[in-house]
Every structure is written in C-alpha cells, then in structure tokens.
Design a protein around this ligand. Structure first.
Ligand SMILES: Cc1ncc(COP(=O)(O)O)c(C=O)c1O
Length: 386
C-alpha cells in the first residue's frame, strides 16, 4: 500500500510503541524468560470458561446492554458493598467496560476539556498521559520518589490550581508495588474538599495486596467516593487479561456523563463473558482473599530465590510486580540495562524510567511474578549470576 500522501498532524507526536510490547518482542527474539509484561502464564478458572461456553452455546451472542449485563452489575455492587461497605446502584452507578484502560480513557474524555489540568503521580501507568493529552488536557506531574514511592501531599497541594480538573490515583501501584494508606486518603479528602476536582481511582490490583494490609478503595470514603470514578479490571482478578473486561463505579451524575461517551466509544462489552463472570462472582466470594494469598506466596518465593544476588529490594506491598534495584551491579541507564539483561542473562524486565516523563532513573527495574514457580525459580537463578 503506498503511504498516505497528505500531511499527518499527529495528536500524539511523542508516543511510540509501549515498553511492554517492546520488551515482550525482545524477550521472544532472545528466547528470554519474559517477566516484563504483566500477564499470568497460567489460565483463568475452568468454571469461568465453562460458563462462557455455556452462554455462547445458548444464544447469548448479541449486544449486551450498554451499561453491562444486569446480573454482572448486581454482582459488582454486592462485592463492593461486602468489601468496602459502599452502596452503588447497579442501574445508575456501575458500568461494565472493555477493560480498565477504556474505563479510564472514557472517564477522562467525559471530564477533561482543552487546558484542564490533571494531576498524575509518576511513575505512572502509561495510558494516563496520552489519554489526557488527546482531550487537550495538561498533565501535571508529581514524582513519587524511590525507594518507598509514597505521596508527598504538600507537594501535591502546591500544584493544585483553579485549572485542576482531575487527579488520577493508582493503588496498589503499578509499576512500584506501593500502596496508599488511610492517611493518604485523609490527605486526598482534605485536598479536594470544596473543589470541583474529580478523582479517577485506578484500583485494578485491588485484590492483590499483601501482608494483611486492607486495600484503601476510594469507595470506602464517602466524601471521596462522591467525586470519584473507581476503576477495576477482571483481567487482573480472574487471570484473564486477554478478555479485556473491567468496570467503573461513580455517583449517578458523573456516571451519566461517562455513559454519554461510553455509548459512542465501545457501546458495550462481550456478552457471554459478562454472564460467565457474574456466575463466577456469585459463587466464589472466597476468591479475593485467596488471590492475595496466592500472589503473596509467589512474591515471597521469587524474593527468596533472589536472595544472594546483587539486586536489592523491598518486598512489594501489592500488585504482581517486584522492583529490583541494580545500583550495585551497574551504572548503566535502566533502559540499556534491561536490554542487556534480556540478551545476556535471558530474563526480560521493565525499566522504571519510562514511566516518568523526564526519564528519572533510580536504577530500579520491574519484574512480574504472576508466573509459574518453575519459571520464577529459573529466572531468579539466572539473576543471581548477574
Ligand atoms: C495500573 C493499571 N491500570 C490499568 C491497566 C489496564 O487494565 P485492563 O487490561 O483491564 O485495561 C493495567 C494493566 O496492566 C494497569 O497495570
């Protein structure tokens, strides 16, 4: 096909291929163990697949309602009430989405106009900034500083202005594995009180939190919930990232605006899968606590295997990612180090600097431990030799 002959004025001139795609491609080329991109190498529960087959074979193959299948929205409302003591109306305050990414994109599109400012904590999941920029919004960056990556609220306060339209938070946090605590939520409440600021709370790892800590969902805090979109992803929770199904919670007046965009953005999400997930949720409430334990065991196993290496680390508090610091090994830039590590050591990881707009490099790289024990052991054995 000949190239487009006109001039293309890119709306995202600085955006290239995501680091996840780049590192996964390199891992495949180099036949390296891929601990870069965050997807499990084990399957989702048979029951969910069996229920999906059931619904596909029984005629559930046309459009689902725009808001999502009613019984799935009811299952979500039930879960959120049981876990966070928050009541969301399944008809007016819950929407099923094509993954968390779409939920975040649609919420930003519904809220942000040209020149609006959005506070983003860095290192930041890489979909936030392009989504803000496509709306004509301006990302205002707050750095989370190594090694603990906690939020300095005084710094945030200084950056809030009359133009601040939204704040995006993410707990448990990708890529660092840090979590927000009740004190953070109080600070956020203080900061937003009396303003028109909307919060987009990315809680896709809500059930993957360790060492007995409770996930601080925005939904737990009524004064925050009334100004927030809360986003989650079934892909992270049920080991089916490839299905790209998630959901969003918001008070009715925010949800009305969300739906105006959602209906022309994706309109609706896979029908049989929604039914299957609802059945599974209604039947398996123990899943969430089991999931935290499941991943904590993997984190502990991986970290134990890393002991004796020259990498240093603080155990991840949530998510299925572990940061390792290679400061004692090399002065290289993290983007170079991960390429060399993939080529020479045959283990692929993700450099943290790419999640900062200014490329801050504290010599941390991210490893994904949602993999089988044998894979984790093999990877750690290779890393111990570095
Ligand atoms: C912090 C964060 N938000 C959102 C997403 C996207 O989730 P989904 O696959 O449901 O779109 C991810 C996936 O890696 C993530 O880590």
């Amino acid at each position: 096909m000949p190239k487009f002959p006109g001039i293309i004025h890119s709306k995202l001139p600085d955006t290239g291929t995501t680091i996840f795609t780049v590192m996964t491609k390199l891992a495949n080329e180099e036949k390296a163990i891929n601990l870069s991109q965050g997807f499990p190498d084990f399957d989702c529960p048979d029951k969910i697949k069996e229920r999906t087959n059931h619904y596909m074979s029984n005629g559930y193959n046309q459009y689902a309602p725009m808001q999502g299948v009613p019984k799935l929205r009811e299952a979500i409302a039930d879960k959120v009430e049981r876990l966070y003591s928050a009541q969301y109306d399944p008809d007016t305050e819950i929407n099923v989405t094509a993954g968390a990414t779409q939920a975040i994109y649609t919420a930003l599109t519904a809220m942000i106009r040209e020149g609006d400012e959005v506070i983003v904590f860095e290192p930041a999941y890489d979909s936030y900034v392009p989504a803000i920029e496509l709306c004509g919004g301006i990302p205002i960056f707050v750095q989370l500083k190594a090694p603990d990556y906690h939020i300095n609220w005084k710094e945030v306060q200084k950056l809030v202005s009359r133009r601040t339209k939204a704040i995006i938070i993410n707990t448990p946090h990708n890529p660092t594995g840090s979590i927000m605590n009740a004190g953070d939520m109080q600070q956020l409440e203080k900061l937003t009180k009396g303003t028109d600021i909307v919060i987009i709370s990315d809680e896709v790892y809500e059930h993957i939190i360790f060492d007995g800590y409770e996930h601080q969902s925005i939904a737990r805090y009524p004064k925050l919930a009334e100004r927030s979109f809360v986003v989650s992803s079934f892909g992270k929770t049920f080991h089916n990232t490839g299905w790209k199904i998630g959901y969003i919670l918001a008070p009715q007046n925010l949800m009305e605006e969300f739906r105006k965009v959602h209906q022309f953005n994706v309109f609706t999400v896979n029908n049989p899968m929604q039914h299957a997930i609802a059945d599974f949720m209604n039947d398996s409430f123990h899943w969430y606590a089991d999931l935290a334990k499941f991943y904590q065991e993997k984190r502990d196993f991986f970290n134990k295997c890393i002991e004796g290496s020259r990498f240093t680390f603080t155990p991840s508090a949530g998510t299925y990612f572990q940061l390792l610091r290679y400061k004692d090994i090399s002065d290289e830039k993290d983007t170079d180090f991960v390429v060399r590590l993939t080529k020479e050591t045959k283990v692929a990881s993700i450099p943290i600097s790419v999640f900062y707009h200014e490329g801050i490099d504290d010599k941390f790289i991210r490893f994904c431990f949602c993999k089988g024990y044998e894979t984790l052991e093999q990877a750690a054995e290779l890393l111990r030799k570095v």
